[in-house]
Design a protein around this ligand. Structure first.
Ligand SMILES: Cc1cc2nc3c(=O)[nH]c(=O)nc-3n(C[C@H](O)[C@H](O)[C@H](O)COP(=O)(O)OP(=O)(O)OC[C@H]3O[C@@H](n4cnc5c(N)ncnc54)[C@H](O)[C@@H]3O)c2cc1C
Length: 318
């Protein structure tokens, strides 16, 4: 989300030079937003705010140089913030907050439809809409310290855009599960007899083992009880005739860079690369061996080649 600061570069140049009554600010801002958008089009990551900036600076350039209008230089603050407010409000009303494109750069596609991801983007977009509106109003009425306050609000907005996505998910998840809290006072530091434990976990499935590992990491003495001859529950495997069979789990989600399992492994001091291998899936269909690609685009392509009459439905499904 720190990338949102980049979108402000043309605006900062425009506002600083316009504040000095220099119309070159319009030209430079236009050039920077054009370069920014060209780079985004090239990398297929077009940002709604940068499109708005380019449209505004094109109009400002034509107005200032072709029609000799002073408006875009003299009222740069009010006009700019008003345009940005309208852009933010329209994106929220269209249920596509303008911060989406920036967030999508930071998080893999698997998160994009997540309730929390959408909520966080809506909150940040609303915060920006309010900042833009307050700044426009303050500059329009030329309120005392208006310029200093507008700069402070933009800096606060950038800090909020970076900090909120980092802190909010954990805070909201903790709040959601607080009603299940079962508080038992246990002192991890207290000396224990050999057969005395802080926590006893019944069942060594992935849930019990994870819980035990996290508690041990925090210094608790933990006993995990298991009825079966091996640990892991459904997350285990067995051998028959030279083959390894999964008891249940064959695919673990959440191992991408900012994924929950990666986070958990880090917390436990374990290495993702040493514990996991990339899954390979092969189907035998009508006697034909089909190796499934691990990339969604390739998968859609492959399925479409296999079932050309279903191509439209396959694309719609994914
Ligand atoms: C066929 C199948 C395929 C699946 N595939 C996937 C997948 O690909 N990816 C994925 O993420 N999830 C998958 N899942 C879901 C996943 O297996 C479970 O969510 C997960 O393993 C549950 O872990 P758990 O620790 O809660 O319970 P379990 O794995 O069920 O472990 C419970 C453990 O407790 C022990 N136990 C129970 N009662 C007692 C007792 N009284 N005393 C002592 N021990 C006891 C059991 O023996 C067992 O070892 C699959 C599930 C199934 C059934």
């Amino acid at each position: 989300m720190a990338c949102i600061a980049i979108s402000f570069i043309p605006w900062i140049v425009y506002w600083v030079l316009s504040g000095l009554r220099n119309p070159l600010g319009v030209v430079l801002a236009f050039a920077i937003s054009l370069a920014l958008l060209a780079w985004e089009v090239k990398s297929r990551r077009v940002n709604f705010m940068d499109v708005t900036s380019l449209i505004y600076f094109t109009v400002a350039l034509v107005g200032t140089y072709a029609f000799d209008l002073k408006l875009f230089v003299e009222e740069s603050g009010f006009l700019g913030y008003m345009v940005l407010f309208i852009m933010a409000a329209c994106s929220i009303a269209a249920r596509n907050p303008f911060t989406f494109q920036v967030s999508k750069r930071d998080y893999p596609e698997v998160y994009w439809r997540d309730r929390m991801f959408i909520f966080i983007n809506n909150v940040i977009a609303i915060a920006w809409a309010l900042i833009f509106l307050v700044n426009a109003v303050m500059l329009f009425f030329e309120l005392p310290y208006a310029k200093a306050i507008t700069i402070t609000l933009v800096v606060a907005g950038i800090i909020f855009s970076v900090a909120f996505p980092l802190k909010a998910p954990a805070y909201l998840a903790t709040r959601e599960f607080r009603r299940y809290d079962w508080k038992v006072e246990v002192d991890a530091g207290e000396p224990k007899e050999e057969d005395e434990y802080d926590v006893i976990i019944v069942g060594s499935g992935i849930g019990g083992l994870t819980c035990g590992a996290l508690l041990s990491k925090r210094g608790y003495k933990v006993l995990v009880l298991e009825q079966h001859h091996q640990v892991g529950g459904y997350c285990t495997s067995f051998r028959r005739g030279g083959f390894v069979f999964n008891s249940g789990v064959e695919d673990v989600s959440g191992l991408w860079d900012k994924g929950p399992i990666t986070y958990l492994l880090k917390e436990l001091g374990l290495s993702r690369e040493e514990l996991f291998v990339r899954n390979k899936v092969r189907y035998i269909f009508k006697g034909e061996l089909i190796d499934m690609p691990d990339n969604l685009d390739e998968l859609v392509k492959k399925l479409s080649q296999m079932f050309p009459s279903e191509e439209e439905s396959i694309r719609a499904f994914f």
